[in-house]
Design a protein around this ligand. Structure first.
Ligand SMILES: [Zn+2]
Length: 150
């Protein structure tokens, strides 16, 4: 199965096979460039096609024959947009999921309460919403998520 772990194992094996050839025959740097491009391309595929489940198990489709969609909003709550969104959802009797940034939720606690009272789901979108979030060590990520949940 094509996933992050198996891809890393495969490419480590490929490199382990190449190294003795490199020592004996002095292979061209182009071979390493080809391996690197292939590896990065696979990582790009896994990152771009989230439903592939390359990095983690994901659920992209429900087990139903009904035509349904899930509506989600990221990066709120914001005083400038969230009340309007909540009004529209209320008008049409639609519920959604709001993935909130902890810093913004802290400043807009009334909007968070309104989301909850009107039956919407609230998810964590980190506390800081740092640009470097994806590069944070796991411990720091977890601390940020816990801070958001609190
Ligand atoms: Zn975001």
């Amino acid at each position: 199965m094509l996933n992050f772990r198996n891809t890393n194992i495969f490419f480590l094996i490929v490199l382990a096979i190449f190294i003795p050839f490199q020592i004996k025959a002095g292979l061209s740097i182009l071979w390493y460039l080809l391996i690197l491009i292939t590896y990065v391309s696979i990582l790009f595929y896994g990152s771009y096609y989230v439903c592939s489940g390359f990095f983690i198990k994901v659920f992209c489709k429900g087990n139903t024959l009904e035509k349904q969609i899930a509506i989600t909003f990221d990066d709120g709550p914001m005083e400038s947009y969230t009340p309007q969104i909540l009004d529209i959802l209320k008008t049409f009797g639609v519920r959604a999921t709001f993935f909130c940034i902890g810093e913004r939720a802290k400043e807009n606690i009334q909007l968070l309460k309104r989301m909850h009272q009107e039956g919407h789901d609230i998810g964590s979108h980190s506390f800081s919403h740092s640009f470097w979030y994806d590069l944070m060590p796991a411990k720091k990520m977890l601390a940020d998520l816990k801070k958001c949940n609190n």
